[in-house]
Design a protein around this ligand. Structure first.
Ligand code: IMP
Ligand code: MG
Length: 180
């Protein structure tokens, strides 16, 4: 990776750790004594999910969904496209969707609508990041790691054109990478 691709570090590794621990504390309280199915939205949430579940002191099971949204662009598309569906039947279960970021909100709104039809006992969203300035639909996550400004970020699972997911910090991508 070219260092010039990164404009700045927005959230450091140590801050990420604190954020994840804070979220886990809340989630542990809310679901105390209950079973929980934690759903990782691939690929972007993979690292956040791995860190979060290890801080959960609960009776959990894991499941995974692959959905597509952006393609190679930094602008949102309208509908969520399910590429790989859950293996678990979620009827009557507590389900926590784990997402990397809520941007326009379209992905999480469509996903929630789709999963609500399967009649879970509860359905909530944990997202590492939230960009409320970009919201186009009325949706919010229950557990938000950090609200960030309207900047395109990469690292800690988040990509641009499938790159930069392995960066340890959450970084603002240099505009030169995507503006020609
Ligand atoms: P939404 O449907 O517009 O809320 O988009 C959500 C999805 O877009 C996320 O799961 C990410 O994959 C992607 N996304 C939105 N903003 C960013 C960003 O700043 N960096 C990387 N991916 C992003
Ligand atoms: Mg993505």
């Amino acid at each position: 990776m070219d260092k010039k691709d990164i404009q700045s570090v927005l959230i450091s590794e140590s801050e990420i750790k604190e954020i994840v621990k804070g979220l886990a504390t809340k989630i542990n309280k809310v679901y105390s004594g209950e079973q929980l199915l934690v759903v990782c939205i691939l690929k972007g949430a993979c690292i956040f999910f791995s860190d979060l579940i290890r801080e959960l002191d609960l009776d959990i099971k894991l499941d995974f969904m692959v959905i597509s949204s952006y393609g190679n662009s930094t602008k949102t598309s309208n509908n969520v496209n399910i590429i790989h569906d859950l293996k678990e039947d979620i009827k009557g279960k507590n389900v926590l969707i784990v997402e990397d970021i809520i941007d326009s909100g379209r992905t999480i709104k469509s996903l929630k609508e789709l999963l609500e039809k399967r009649e879970p006992k509860s359905l909530r969203v944990a997202a590492m990041l939230d960009k409320p300035d970009r919201r186009e639909v009325d949706i919010n996550g229950e557990y938000i790691g950090k609200v960030i400004p309207d900047e395109f970020v990469v690292g800690y699972g988040l990509d641009y054109s499938q790159k930069y997911r392995n960066l340890k910090e959450i970084c603002v991508l240099a505009k030169s990478v995507y503006l020609n």
